[in-house]
Design a protein around this ligand. Structure first.
Ligand code: DX5
Ligand code: ZN
Length: 227
């Protein structure tokens, strides 16, 4: 994976048909998805449950792009090896998931994955200064994590602008997760984000039997951002 700051759309399979992940992934990649975003929830760190390493391993062969795994779990460390073995390219842990995020990020890179750090909407960027050289991606949550289809939180635009300045020339992706639509996407692209996660806005109106709307949806998000 070479570093690339061009705009990328990462559809979240949280909005796909859970009985059909393999086909959904192949369909959305054929329709222009740049990465595949996989939302892992534990019913403890967030009030919802999704899936774990065996499911990630099962879908891995269907992903030709990048498997971007968002861990909404606490604790994180006991599961890093299993998610790495399941084939994650990027493993993103939340700053709020424990008191030793420095160790967690070391362990993620040690397991051979790119390391991501996610920040909840209520978390500031002041305390991540010493972590910047340990991360490949920072995920700014623009909803409170746990569910797809929530409303974008506008206060995060300023956070992304300040984060972009803080990152400077470092090869770190800024990913936005939650409430991305053709209306909200350009706000974040202008603020400095390069990866936009979108669940409901990509999968709406389509299905594995009729995947063309996935492509239309991806293209309208990119077009709204001017690209
Ligand atoms: C929220 C998840 C998101 C979510 C995005 O907890 O991390 O990835 O699926 O869904 P939309 O795009 O529908 O807000
Ligand atoms: Zn996510």
């Amino acid at each position: 994976m070479t570093f690339d700051r061009s705009l990328k759309i990462a559809p979240s399979i949280l909005s796909a048909d859970f009985a059909n992940f393999g086909q959904e992934i192949r369909a959305v990649e054929a329709q222009g998805a740049d990465w595949i975003h996989v939302d892992v929830m534990d019913g403890h760190f967030v009030p919802n449950l999704t899936f774990g390493p065996p499911m990630c391993a099962a879908i891995r062969p269907h992903i030709k792009t990048v498997m971007d795994v968002h861990l909404m779990i606490a604790p994180v460390d006991p599961y890093i090896e299993a998610f790495a073995e399941a084939g994650a390219d990027i493993l993103t842990a939340h700053l709020e998931a424990g008191s030793h995020v420095h160790r967690t990020l070391q362990a993620i890179r040690g397991a051979g994955c790119k390391a991501g750090l996610a920040l909840n909407p209520g978390t500031g960027i002041e305390e991540i200064g010493y972590l910047l050289d340990m991360v490949d991606l920072i995920c700014v949550m623009t909803v409170n994590p746990g569910f797809g289809g929530q409303k974008f939180i506008h206060s995060q635009i300023d956070k992304v602008r300040r984060l972009r300045e803080m990152i400077g020339d470092r090869p770190i992706h800024i990913e936005i997760d939650g409430g991305i639509t053709p209306e909200t996407a350009p706000l974040m692209a202008q603020a400095g984000a390069d990866v936009l996660v979108a669940g409901s806005a990509v999968f709406k109106g389509g299905s594995v039997d009729d995947p063309a709307p996935y492509g239309d949806n991806i293209r309208s998000i990119k077009a709204a951002c001017g690209g």
